[in-house]
Design a protein around this ligand. Structure first.
Ligand SMILES: Cc1cc2nc3c(=O)[nH]c(=O)nc-3n(C[C@H](O)[C@H](O)[C@H](O)COP(=O)(O)OP(=O)(O)OC[C@H]3O[C@@H](n4cnc5c(N)ncnc54)[C@H](O)[C@@H]3O)c2cc1C
Length: 443
C-alpha cells in the first residue's frame, strides 16, 4: 500500500475511487499513458464479489492491460460457449464463440472474483499505480461545478484531502457521485433480485463444454438460474427473478432458493449429488444508469455509471470497456489541458449505444424471446446473435438482428420502453442495490 503522508500531488494527477475491474482498468491504462494515478479502495483484497463469468470481448482490454499471460497461466475455468435451457428443459445448441470467430479471443474464463480482482489490482500496482487499500473515499471535493479531489478516511479514522485534476468514480453499485449528484435513473423494466450459493461436486460437462455458462429458465418462467463452473470443482448457481416474486411474502433466502431449485429440474438434477459449501447470498438487482457519464473534472466508469441485469454476464466487460474508453479520453484531456465534461465524456454516447443493444437482448428474453426458436427460423442470424453474446456491442452491423427478432413477436406486443422512460413512483428503490452475505462472511 502506498503511504498517503508521503504522497505529493502534482497537476495532471488522477484519483480513482474503487479497485474493482473498472477502477483497475482505468488506472492501469492511465499509468501506461504516463499519468500519475492514485487509487483508493475501501476494502483490503482479496474480498468477495459476484460476477464470475467473463465474455470474450474482455480479451481486447485484458490484452491492453498486459493481463493475458496472467489469465492464461491462471487456474480459472476456460469458457468456450453459452447455452440456454427453456422452461420445458429443452436445450438450445450451445453458442460456441470459436465457430463465429476462430481466434484466441473466443476462449474466455469463469473467474473467482476475489482472485481476479486481486490480480487486476496487483497488475495496476505493477504498472505504477499508487494503490491504497483500506482507505474509503468519504466525499468528492468540488470547486464550483468542477471536481477538485477527494476526502478520504484511512483505517486509523483520520480524514485527509487529496487533490487531483480528474476524479474517476469506479465505486461500483455504491455510486458515490451518482448519488451525490442525483444522477441515477432506475430501469423501468429490469427490477430483479438474485439469490445464489456455491456447490462442490455438481454436474460438469466434459471437453470444451466443461466451462460453459448455462442459463436455465424456471419451470414457471418467473426466473432463471445461472450455472457457472468455477475451478476446484465448485459451481456457482444463482436464481434471478422479479424482486417482488423473490423477496415479498417468502421466508428465508435459503428456503426460497430451495423452492426455486425444485421448480427447475435442469438445476435440481445437476446439483442432486453435490454438497453446498457456503450459505446463501442475496442482492437486489435493479438495473440503472446515470444521466451523465462525466462532468467537469469527473468521470464515472463500471457499475458507478450503470448496472445491467446479469443475464448475459456483461458486467465485467462493461466495466473494462468503460474504464478503457474513459482512460483514453482522460489522457488526451490532460495532455491538451482540457478536463471539461465534453472531453472527459466524449465516449459516453457510443458506450450507451452498446449498453442499449445488450439491454434490448436482455429485455427481449424476459418478454418471451427464444434463442432456439430464432435460430430455427433464421439460421443465418446465429453469427449476429453470437456477436451480441460475446459482447461485440459497439457496431451498428449487429442491429440487423432486430427486424427478424420482431417478426417473431406475439401479436400486439408493445415495444420495449427505453431505460430512461421512468420507473413508476411506487417501485423506486429506497436504497442502492445491496449485497446480503451469509452469516459470518466478510465482504
Ligand atoms: C447477481 C449478479 C450476478 C452477476 N454476474 C455477472 C457475471 O456473471 N459476469 C459479469 O461480467 N458480471 C456479472 N455481474 C456484474 C458485476 O458484478 C459488475 O458489473 C462488476 O463487478 C462491476 O465492476 P466495477 O469495478 O464497476 O465495480 P466493483 O467490482 O463493485 O468494484 C467497486 C469497488 O469500489 C470499492 N468502493 C466502493 N465505495 C468505495 C469508496 N467510497 N471508497 C473506496 N472504495 C470504494 C468497493 O469496495 C469495490 O471493491 C453480476 C452482478 C450481480 C449483482
Amino acid at each position: 500500500m502506498g503511504d498517503l503522508r508521503s504522497t505529493e500531488l502534482q497537476l495532471g494527477d488522477v484519483v480513482v475511487i474503487g479497485g474493482g475491474p473498472a477502477g483497475s482498468t482505468v488506472s492501469t491504462l492511465l499509468a501506461k499513458h504516463g499519468c500519475r494515478v492514485q487509487l483508493f479502495e475501501r476494502e483490503r483484497f482479496p474480498r468477495f464479489h459476484i460476477g464470475e463469468s467473463l465474455i470474450p470481448e474482455t480479451y481486447w482490454v485484458l490484452e491492453r492491460l498486459d493481463m493475458l499471460p496472467k489469465m492464461q497461466q491462471s487456474r480459472f475455468t476456460k469458457k468456450y460457449s453459452v447455452q440456454f435451457v427453456n422452461s420445458a428443459g429443452r436445450e438450445s445448441a450451445p453458442f460456441y464463440f470459436w465457430d463465429n470467430k476462430p481466434h484466441d479471443c473466443s476462449q474466455t474464463w469463469q473467474v473467482v472474483r476475489s482472485e481476479f480482482d486481486q490480480m487486476m489490482l496487483d497488475n495496476a500496482r505493477e504498472h505504477g499505480v499508487d494503490v491504497h487499500e483500506g482507505v474509503r473515499v468519504h466525499d468528492v471535493l468540488f470547486e464550483g461545478d468542477r471536481a477538485a479531489g477527494v476526502r478520504v478516511k484511512g483505517e486509523d479514522g483520520a480524514f485527509r484531502d487529496v487533490l487531483a485534476r480528474v476524479v474517476v468514480d469506479a465505486s461500483g453499485q455504491n455510486g458515490l457521485l451518482m448519488n451525490r449528484l442525483r444522477l441515477r435513473v432506475w430501469d423501468p423494466l429490469l427490477n430483479k433480485g438474485a439469490i445464489w450459493t456455491y456447490w462442490e461436486g455438481a454436474y460438469r460437462d466434459s471437453g470444451r463444454d466443461e466451462g460453459a455458462t448455462l442459463v436455465i429458465q424456471n419451470g414457471n418462467k418467473k426466473g432463471w438460474f445461472w450455472y457457472i463452473p468455477l475451478h476446484s470443482n465448485i459451481v456457482s448457481v444463482g436464481v434471478v427473478a422479479p424482486f417482488d416474486y423473490l423477496f415479498k411474502g417468502r421466508t428465508s433466502y435459503a428456503q426460497t432458493y430451495e423452492e426455486e431449485v425444485e421448480r427447475c429440474p435442469g438445476v435440481k438434477e445437476r446439483v442432486a449429488s453435490a454438497k453446498r459449501v457456503t450459505g446463501h447470498f442475496a442482492t437486489k438487482d435493479y438495473s440503472y444508469r446515470s444521466k451523465q457519464v462525466a462532468g467537469n473534472g469527473w468521470v464515472l466508469v463500471g457499475d458507478a455509471f450503470g448496472f445491467l441485469d446479469p443475464l448475459y454476464s456483461s458486467g465485467v466487460l462493461l466495466a473494462l470497456r468503460s474504464g478503457e474508453m474513459a482512460a483514453d479520453a482522460i489522457a488526451e484531456g490532460l495532455e491538451s489541458r482540457d478536463t471539461s465534461a465534453a472531453q472527459l465524456g466524449k465516449w459516453g454516447a457510443a458506450f450507451n449505444e452498446g449498453v442499449d443493444r445488450m439491454r434490448r437482448l436482455v429485455c427481449e428474453y424476459y418478454e418471451g424471446f427464444s434463442f432456439g426458436n430464432m435460430i430455427r427460423t433464421y439460421p443465418e442470424m446465429r453469427g449476429t446473435l453470437t456477436d451480441l453474446l460475446i459482447g461485440d456491442l459497439f457496431h451498428d452491423r449487429v442491429d440487423k438482428v432486430w427486424a427478424p427478432l420482431e417478426s417473431l413477436y406475439t401479436k400486439g406486443k408493445p415495444p420495449i420502453p427505453k431505460w430512461d422512460a421512468g420507473l413508476p413512483a411506487e417501485s423506486v428503490p429506497e436504497k442502492a442495490n445491496e449485497l446480503v452475505l451469509p452469516e459470518g462472511r466478510r465482504p
